[in-house]
Design a protein around this ligand. Structure first.
Ligand code: ATP
Ligand code: MG
Ligand code: MG
Ligand code: MG
Length: 439
C-alpha cells in the first residue's frame, strides 16, 4: 500500500474522551471512529488488524475441529421465550419490533439459535461430537460502554457451541477449546491466563475466563506467577488425543488462578508471597460448559447407543476480537505509540522515503517496496511529502514492526536505515542487504 493512496486519518491531538491508552492510540492512529456510544466504524488500519485477529481465531478454531457457520444478528424473540431467557436477560438486550409487530432482538449471544439449528438436523449420537462456531456482531446495551472497543455495545464475538452425548465427552470438547484459546491468544502476542470463573447455578468447574493482566482491566484477579513461564501448546498438538488434552488442561489449571467471584482467600494465603499476582485483568475469552441448560427446555435430543433419547450436553466458548484489539495495545505500546506484535501487525514493514521527488530516494524506496511484495510481505510505502519529523511520528504511532528509511544522505553512501519498532534498534546497511532481507 502506498500511503499517498491510503486512508489513514491520524489525529495530532489526543482525544479528550479517551480514558485509557489503547483507546487513545486507536483514535490517534485512525483505526476507529465512534458513531454512537459504544458503536464504532473500523477504518482501514483498524479493519486490517481486526481481520488479522479474526484469521488467527478462525485458524485455531478450525484446527481444534470446530466448524464455521454464520447466524444472523437479528433473532426472533420466540426462541428466547422457549429457553426462558427473553424476560431474564434484562435491559442489556436490544429489543426490536418489526412492521408486523413481531418481537425481535439484536443477538447478544447465540445459545438459543444454535440449539435450534442443532435440533432441526441432528438426531443421533453418531453425529457427535459437533462444535459449531461463528463470528458475528453482537449487541449488548451495556450500562457503561467505555474504553473504546474494549466495552462496546456493538462488538464482534467469536462464539462456538459444542454438542456431546454426555458430560464426560462434553468435558473433552471443553478441553479442545481451552487449548485452542491458549494458542489463539499467544499468536495475538498476548499472555492470557485461564482463571476459574463463576458457573452460576450450573455448578462444576468447567468455566474459565482468559484474562490478560493490565492495570486498566475491569476485573480483579488473583493468580500464581508460574503462569508467566508456561509454554503454550504447540501447533502439532493432537486434538484427537483425549489424554494429551487432559494433561495439558490439568497443567494449566493446577496453579492458583481465579477471578474475584471465585477467589478463595484461604487457599490464596497459603501461597508464598512471591508467587502471588494480585492484579487487574481484561477478560478476552470465556469458556463454559452448561450441560443441558438449553437442550432440555428446547428439546434438543439425540438417540444414544441404547436408543434412548437424551438432551445433548453443551458448552459455549466466546472470544471478543474487537476487545482483543484494545487488549493487545494495552499490552504492547510505548510513549510513541502502538507496538504491534508480528502476528497481528496491519503491515509487515514501513518503507519511509525521506525525500519524495529525489530520484535516488524514490528509486531505492520503490525497489524496497517491490522486494517486500515479491518476498510475500505486506509493505506500507510512505511516499507522502510530509516533513521528516511528522513521518517518523506517524510510523512510530502506527507501530509497524520494521521500518526502512531511505534518505539522501544515507543513499549517497549506498545505505538505508533499518529500524526495529519494538527494540528501537537502528542499523545502517547497504541497500542490497536490505533488499536481501526482504526477499
Ligand atoms: P464482561 O464481563 O466484560 O461484561 P461477559 O462476561 O459479559 O464480558 P461473555 O458473555 O463471556 O462476556 O462474552 C464472551 C466474550 O465477548 C468476552 O470474553 C469478551 O471478550 C467479549 N465481550 C463481551 N462483552 C463485550 C463488550 N461489551 N465489548 C467487547 N467485547 C465484549
Ligand atoms: Mg458482560
Ligand atoms: Mg465477564
Ligand atoms: Mg464472560
Amino acid at each position: 500500500m502506498r500511503l499517498s493512496h491510503y486512508f489513514l486519518p491520524i489525529l495530532k491531538e489526543t482525544p479528550r474522551e479517551a480514558e485509557i491508552v489503547s483507546h487513545r492510540l486507536m483514535l490517534r492512529a485512525g483505526m476507529i471512529k465512534q458513531q454512537a456510544a459504544g458503536i464504532f466504524s473500523f477504518l482501514p488500519l483498524g479493519k486490517k488488524v481486526l481481520d488479522k485477529v479474526c484469521d488467527i481465531v478462525r485458524e485455531e478454531q478450525n484446527r481444534a475441529g470446530a466448524i464455521e457457520i454464520l447466524m444472523p444478528t437479528v433473532q426472533p424473540a420466540d426462541l428466547w421465550q422457549e429457553s426462558g431467557r427473553y424476560n431474564a436477560y434484562g435491559p442489556e438486550m436490544l429489543r426490536i419490533r418489526d412492521r408486523h409487530d413481531r418481537d425481535m432482538l439484536y443477538g447478544p449471544t447465540n445459545e438459543e439459535m444454535v440449539t435450534d439449528i442443532f435440533r432441526t438436523y441432528v438426531r443421533s449420537y453418531k453425529d457427535l461430537p459437533l462444535n459449531l462456531y461463528h463470528m458475528q456482531w453482537k449487541f449488548r446495551d451495556e450500562v457503561r460502554p467505555r474504553f473504546g472497543v474494549m466495552r462496546g455495545r456493538e462488538f464482534l464475538m467469536k462464539d462456538a457451541y459444542s454438542f456431546d452425548l454426555d458430560y464426560e465427552r462434553g468435558k473433552i470438547a471443553y478441553y479442545r477449546m481451552f487449548v485452542a484459546y491458549l494458542r489463539t491468544f499467544e499468536r495475538c502476542g498476548l499472555t492470557a491466563i485461564p482463571m476459574r470463573a463463576d458457573t452460576g447455578p450450573i455448578g462444576g468447574d468447567l468455566s474459565h475466563e482468559f484474562i490478560v493482566l493490565a492495570d486498566t482491566g475491569e476485573s480483579e484477579v488473583f493468580c500464581n506467577r508460574a503462569f508467566l513461564e508456561f509454554e503454550t501448546p504447540g501447533v502439532d498438538t493432537d486434538y484427537s488425543d483425549d489424554k494429551v488434552l487432559t494433561d495439558l488442561v490439568t497443567r494449566w489449571t493446577t496453579p492458583y488462578a481465579a477471578t474475584d467471584e471465585m477467589h478463595d482467600e484461604d487457599a490464596w494465603q497459603k501461597l508464598p508471597e512471591d508467587e502471588r499476582i494480585s492484579a487487574r485483568g481484561i477478560e478476552v475469552g470465556h469458556i463454559f460448559h452448561f450441560g443441558t441448560k438449553y437442550s432440555d427446555p428446547m428439546g434438543a435430543r439425540v438417540a444414544g447407543p441404547d436408543g434412548q433419547q437424551v438432551p445433548v450436553s453443551m458448552g459455549s466458548y466466546g472470544i471478543g476480537p474487537t476487545r482483543l484489539l484494545g487488549a493487545i495495545i494495552e499490552a504492547s505500546h510505548d510513549d510513541a505509540g502502538i507496538v504491534w506484535p508480528k502476528g497481528v501487525a496491519p503491515f509487515d514493514v514501513s518503507i519511509i522515503n525521506m525525500k519524495v521527488g529525489d530520484g535516488v530516494c524514490d528509486e531505492a524506496a520503490e525497489k524496497l517496496y517491490r522486494a517486500a511484495k515479491d518476498g510475500g510481505l505486506d509493505p506500507l510505502l510512505d511516499d507522502t511529502d510530509q516533513r521528516a519529523g511528522a513521518k517518523f511520528a506517524t510510523h512510530e504511532l502506527i507501530g509497524i514492526p520494521a521500518q526502512i528509511v531511505t534518505g539522501p544522505r544515507g543513499l549517497a553512501n549506498g545505505v538505508v536505515e533499518w529500524r526495529d519498532r519494538k527494540s528501537g534498534d537502528k542499523q545502517e546497511m547497504p541497500l542490497d542487504e536490505a533488499l536481501n532481507r526482504l526477499a
